[in-house]
Design a protein around this ligand. Structure first.
Ligand code: CA
Length: 360
């Protein structure tokens, strides 16, 4: 009797676990291209992620960085248009200009301090050498609306209902530049029918001040109630900034989220959290002994879903405590009990969950 109950629980659990395609099937095709989104869709992901930033002419485009340096040929196409820090910002270009760029698998240029490969030539260095080759084939930047139409179009032609998972990128920075990114994103979401708590969408951001603003001001004003996800960064990443009492920018301190009552505070505004994997299972863990934090337990007690990032197959990206990628998924989905994972390899997570449901 007990065995049967366990089996039923396990089957139900497997069906509830989400696979979120991180920037599309980005392990196989350049991140955030429509090609990478099509592949993720075909692989059976439950949700497909969009990172959203704004152009000079207030258009929303799907790109991970607020700069164009890492994944486009901007330096070649628009020399002299970098800011003083040497970077080319999406916000300094109109959509029409950005559409003229070629998109590539991520790279570092050889004159970049962080990526000097020491070879003395001008060849860009791939950030993930085993992935799609840098600078090959023909990929373009598209708008947020175009990606929604793409996924909704596939939902119609396949009869499925795959969700979207947009991220408000660096909202504080956009505001410094005079742009209200969140308002634009919500306006587009509403136009395409994502308005209620049961629609197939999660809206995520690393910026808690922005999340609270979206939850308490924008959503009521726009008569929307879509679920929000608070992403959790390490302070050392310098992912989020806020102004202190004197109006000085300072790095946001995330430590309260891991303390007593932190998850309850987040749950006042959000439906879920997106932590880094290492915030759940310490990288000091071994195969024999996992060191698991209270984050998932605390989040679940507060009624929050937990969707950690980023599950990768690339060399050196599987933590030492997991023998292989599937074991890593097993640990997170079923030993720790997360509700979904962000992965660059959605096919592997989909297959893993299917196999597990069959074998029980
Ligand atoms: Ca993201």
């Amino acid at each position: 009797m007990l065995m049967l109950m366990l089996m039923q629980t396990s089957l139900a659990q497997t069906a509830d676990k989400l696979v979120i395609a991180h920037r599309g099937a980005s392990g196989y095709l350049p991140e955030h291209t429509l090609e990478a989104k099509a592949m993720a869709y075909a692989m059976g992901a439950d949700y497909i992620e969009q990172d959203v930033v704004m152009t000079r002419d207030n258009q929303l485009v799907v790109l991970h960085d607020v700069t164009l340096d890492r994944v486009t040929n901007i330096a070649e196409k628009f020399p002299g248009r970098a800011r003083e820090d040497g970077h080319f910002y999406v916000l300094d270009f109109n959509l029409e200009e950005i559409r003229r760029l070629d998109v590539s698998e991520g790279f570092r240029s050889s004159d970049d301090d962080s990526g000097n490969n020491g070879s003395g030539n001008n060849e860009p260095t791939a950030i993930f050498p085993g992935r799609f080759p840098v600078g090959k084939s023909n990929f373009k930047v598209h708008t947020f609306a175009e990606e929604i139409e793409f996924i909704q179009g596939l939902n119609q032609s396949t009869g499925k209902n795959i969700g979207i998972y947009p991220e408000i990128k660096s909202p504080w920075w956009h505001r410094q530049e005079g742009k209200n990114l969140s308002r634009e994103i919500l306006t587009v979401l509403k136009r395409y029918g994502y308005t209620s708590a049961t629609d197939r969408v999660y809206l995520q951001t690393f910026d808690f001040n922005e999340l609270r603003y979206v939850a308490t001001e924008l959503l009521p004003e726009l008569e929307m109630s879509i679920p929000l996800v608070q992403l959790i960064a390490e302070n050392s990443w310098q992912e989020t900034f806020e102004s202190n009492a004197d109006g000085i920018a300072q790095v946001y301190d995330y430590s309260w989220m891991h303390e007593e009552g932190g998850m309850q505070e987040i749950a006042r505004y959000a439906s879920g959290v997106g932590p880094n994997m290492a915030m759940i299972v310490s990288n000091d863990s071994s195969v024999e002994k996992l060191e698991v934090s209270t984050l998932v337990r605390d989040a679940h007690q507060a009624g929050l879903k937990v969707h950690p990032f980023t599950f990768r197959l690339d060399a050196g990206r599987i933590p030492q405590y997991a023998q292989d990628f599937e074991k890593l998924l097993e640990i997170f989905y079923f030993q720790v009990g997360v509700d979904g994972v962000f992965t660059d390899y959605p096919d592997r997570a989909v297959e893993y969950l299917k196999d597990r449901a069959k074998s029980r």
